[in-house]
Design a protein around this ligand. Structure first.
Ligand code: BGC
Length: 766
């Protein structure tokens, strides 16, 4: 029930708040006049601001701090606490807000919340600066009840379809904006090289180039109609930098990143995103080389704001000023922590619980420990984002204007994303697709749960609360029943996440069916709760497969997981393997449609699927990394390789042509290849192009993804693809930590299966 108790009463609005979503194609980044006007407005406001008002703008507070009760209380209503509301929104003039009340609101409820805050900020503060609401709408507007919830990022990466990613971002923005939420803490541009990291599922995987292309597409979709448009949201890239590189794979653990790796792998996705209009960056909570990122001036001021030329807002992650004291032990108290972070270049402080940092900033400036110019820089950036988003004129959006919210076409895009993500990893004797007229046992932890398909950040933080689960979406079991009829399906859950429930019953039932569809999975989780000590799929879930295999019935293994859990021992026991990632709300439908052949799978892995927990290397590695005990260089044993994924049809690559066997600096090498569908089904194929430097002073990587494209081919159809390759594509970061291409031999690999690439050598000289 909605019970918005606003103690503050506001008169009718003079603000333009009921504007229908417009389709204005002029992106702000193209209009220098508009930009100049905004810069002038910012300076005019800045001149009028007191130190307290400036410090207030630099603060981002958690919504629950404005509500009655304790921050983490469970709520089912939004009741503003009059005293706190007045203190934070009016007296402190807090610049920004994050988080939910602890339960998901629908768009009309969000509208009331945001409107209440904005009206107070605009009408009751001296300068009338609107607040900026930021939220983790990371796979669709997942904190807006009723919205579509897309596959999570890793799954989106597995589509290798940038047009589709752009579309999902466009929809996410539209549906977020329908709830008056203009700023999204997404996309995640982390380079996830460690499969044990709990948030690999929220990333685009291990490859810097794939991540860069996906991140760029996401940004293009988020602000497709220009940031000023009421259908756009501003992105917040995260987490700068090396969050996914924690040495032990644990949340917020220390990462060791040499300067060369920083520049070669971790920085490029952020740079590309900023070059393409990203206006906010969230600083990672972890430390790199022992230096907490939030106080790393070299990273924030020198590289991000200096070298890359970032003009947007730099925000901290959740409660990181306190974490600097309690976690990192890099500051004695909050005052010292605030000083170090702001001086390093932090503009906006995500301080969920109170506004102490505002007082600290004021005190630090008064004592000349933070310069006024640093504060002006921070506030300029925050105001810039507010102007770019047009919040001064349109501080909230009328939800009833968003008639396309959760529309059929949005749901269709969601379904398409799930179908294109799902990756077929094994299909012995063409077991799949299945014949609908057979009998099936559906079993496993993930077989009948919507929450497991969605993962964390789904209506609630961890996404485990079944009370918030959308009732009209289908689990895998429900979708299969719909396809083959109830009478052809037997369901026994078999196990929980880690424990046996009724495997004996599952074995007994298996005897009466033709096929077993075993759906294993991970418990929805993120951040600290996602830490694990063991990458193996939990024993109980493996045991279920081992016992089922004894029945000799063919098993199809469906994995619903946000990271690659080791399956080395059970994989030989199953006929087919489907990686579903966290496929979102339409995932059940998509999985069923792939199992029964309505959809021909076309996803490919955006990471290396490890076989052993003691041997995980990314596909790009040094030759010495894979030197085996035999002294041979064949110690790279993934379960499945990066870029791998099967189809129900087959593709033939032929006629590789290169325009020259000597690439010269500033010239291009043209690459052409014919790809033919030699099977009998229509399908989509991802074509991958890699380069390899054969000899370099800094030991070269095994290979490097430099291009990809996804094409549709009818049976018998051939398409010719061309790629232009230049020296920057084949470059790497050299001895002086700068991108270079040394003269010498290179190799190009092209194909759709990492094991069957066509190769061609060429020579480069500058
Ligand atoms: C997470 C971020 C998230 C932020 C705000 C943090 O704990 O690490 O990814 O954007 O909370 O909810």
């Amino acid at each position: 029930m909605w019970k918005l108790v606003t103690i503050l009463v506001f008169s009718a609005l003079s603000i333009q708040c009921v504007k229908a979503p417009s389709k204005n194609n002029s992106t702000l980044k193209n209009s220098s006049l508009e930009k100049a006007k905004i810069e002038k407005n910012i300076q005019d406001i800045l001149k009028k601001m007191t130190l307290k008002e400036k410090a207030g703008q630099m603060m981002n507070i958690g919504l629950p701090s404005l509500l009655s009760g304790d921050y983490w209380d469970s709520r089912d209503t939004v009741i503003f606490d009059a005293v706190r509301f007045k203190k934070y929104i009016i007296s402190y003039g807090i610049g920004s807000i994050h988080n939910t009340p602890g339960y998901p609101l629908n768009k009309e409820e969000w509208y009331k919340v945001v409107k209440t805050i904005q009206e107070a900020a605009i009408k009751k503060t001296r300068l009338g600066i609107p607040t900026l609401y930021g939220i983790d709408n990371i796979h669709g507007a997942n904190y807006v009840n009723g919205s579509v919830m897309f596959p999570q990022e890793l799954a989106l990466a597995a589509t290798w379809n940038t047009r589709l990613i752009k579309k999902t971002a466009e929809i996410t923005s539209y549906e977020s904006r329908s709830a008056s939420l203009p700023w999204n803490f997404n996309p995640n541009a982390d380079v996830a090289m460690n499969p044990i990291w709990g948030r690999i599922g929220e990333s685009f995987g291990e490859d810097p180039y794939l991540i860069s292309e996906m991140t760029k597409a996401y940004i293009e979709g988020s602000q497709a109609n220009g940031l000023q448009d009421t259908t756009s949201t501003a992105v917040c890239l995260k987490h700068f930098l090396g969050y996914g590189a924690g040495r032990n794979g644990k949340d917020r653990s220390n990462a060791l990143i040499p300067e060369r790796s920083l520049r070669q792998y971790y920085l490029p996705p952020f740079k590309k995103a900023i070059d393409n209009g990203a206006m906010a960056v969230m600083i990672s909570s972890n430390a790199v080389n022992g230096i907490p990122c939030i106080i790393n001036k070299y990273y924030i001021t020198n590289i991000l704001k200096g070298e890359i030329g970032f003009k947007g807002v730099v925000i901290s992650d959740f409660d990181d000023i306190a974490f600097l004291v309690k976690g990192h032990q890099s500051a004695r108290n909050l005052r010292e922590a605030t000083k170090k972070a702001v001086n390093a270049g932090l503009d906006l402080i995500m301080n969920p619980y109170d506004a102490k940092v505002v007082d600290l900033i004021i005190d630090l400036v008064k004592n000349h420990e933070i310069s006024e110019s640093r504060i002006n820089d921070a506030v300029t950036r925050i105001l810039r984002l507010k102007f770019y988003l047009n919040l001064f004129k349109v501080p909230y959006n009328n939800p009833s204007n968003y008639t396309e919210f959760a529309s059929k076409s949005h749901i269709e895009t969601n379904y398409k994303a799930a179908t294109e993500a799902i990756t077929l990893l094994k299909n012995e004797q063409y077991t799949l697709p299945l014949n609908k007229n057979k009998k099936f046992l559906i079993t496993g932890y993930a077989s009948n749960s919507m929450n497991i398909l969605n993962g964390a950040w789904s209506r609630s933080f961890l996404g485990r609360d079944t009370a918030f689960t959308d009732k009209n979406k289908l689990t895998i079991l429900q979708a299969i029943k719909k396809q083959v009829g109830v009478k052809n399906v037997v369901y026994v859950q078999g196990t929980g996440y880690k424990k046996d429930l009724n495997t004996d019953l599952a074995i007994a039932e298996a005897k009466n069916v033709d096929y077993i569809i075993a759906c294993v999975g991970e418990i929805p989780s993120t951040e600290k709760p996602s830490d694990i000590n063991e990458l193996q799929l939990p024993k109980a879930q493996q045991e279920l497969i081992i016992k089922l295999a004894k029945t000799k019935k063919p098993i199809i293994l469906v994995m619903v997981q946000s990271r690659p859990r080791i399956i080395r021992e059970i994989e030989p026991l199953v006929k087919s393997v489907i990686m579903a990632y966290l496929p979102g709300q339409e995932g059940g439908r998509a999985i069923a449609d792939i199992l029964f052949g309505k959809i021909n799978p076309s996803g490919k892995l955006p990471f290396t699927y490890p076989k052993y927990s003691g041997n995980y290397v990314t596909y790009y590695h040094k030759k010495t990394d894979i030197r085996d005990v035999s002294w041979k260089y064949n110690g790279f044993y993934p379960q499945y390789e990066f870029g791998y994924g099967l189809s129900y049809t087959m593709y033939e690559y032929s006629n590789l042509r290169i325009s020259t066997d000597t690439l010269i600096a500033n010239k291009v090498l043209k690459l052409k290849i014919d790809v033919k569908n030699i099977g009998s089904l229509r399908g989509k194929e991802i074509v991958e192009v890699y380069s390899k430097d054969m000899v370099a002073t800094v030991s070269p990587d095994s290979k490097k993804l430099i291009r990809f494209t996804k094409i549709m081919l009818n049976p018998g159809e051939t398409k010719t693809l061309s790629f232009n390759i230049s020296s920057s594509d084949i470059a790497s970061v050299g001895l002086k930590n700068k991108w270079i291409t040394e003269n010498g031999d290179f190799k190009i690999f092209i194909g759709g299966d990492p094991q069957k690439m066509l190769k061609r050598e060429f020579y480069y000289h500058n």
